[in-house]
Design a protein around this ligand. Structure first.
Ligand SMILES: [Zn+2]
Length: 147
């Protein structure tokens, strides 16, 4: 493990601890979380405290504001699962409609832009009803796309 990576890990652990001491509840669902290593944590499965980014990796604010929040493991996992799913549907729809030669960077940029065109996309959360296919279709209608 590189020194930089180790430093980052240590920093993450510390940040999680500080956040947990200030308020042990999950930022998203409000459940009381437990820090890894807490006795009895295994019995209370699913409430491990994790560090989560307030803003999605697709959200324009993410670059400006690297805020992390305390999240229970299921919320953290569900959030990234949903994001990946919507992103995948978005890309597939673009591909079906002929946009095949996109680099990963262009896909991510297109998705972020499509999201930013949605009025609901003002919160840090990807909207619960986000639909990758619908997103791609409304994005293409804006004809902003340039390669
Ligand atoms: Zn939660």
């Amino acid at each position: 493990m590189s020194r930089k990576r180790r430093k980052k890990l240590k920093h993450g652990k510390l940040r999680r601890h500080v956040l947990w001491q200030a308020d042990p509840r999950c930022h998203w669902c409000g459940r009381h979380t437990l820090l890894p290593g807490t006795p009895g944590l295994k019995a209370a499965a699913g409430i491990t405290a994790t560090l989560d980014h307030l803003y999605s990796r697709f959200h324009p604010e993410r670059g400006r504001d690297n805020t992390t929040v305390l999240s229970c493991e299921p919320c953290n996992a569900e959030r990234s699962r949903r994001e990946n799913l919507v992103f995948r549907d978005f890309v597939r729809t673009l591909e079906v409609l002929g946009w095949r030669a996109l680099t990963n960077r262009q896909k991510v940029a297109a998705f972020a832009e499509a999201l930013s065109l949605q009025a609901e996309w003002r919160s840090a959360h990807l909207p619960a009803d986000a639909d990758g296919q619908a997103l791609a279709l409304s994005y293409l209608k804006t004809e902003r796309f340039t390669t």
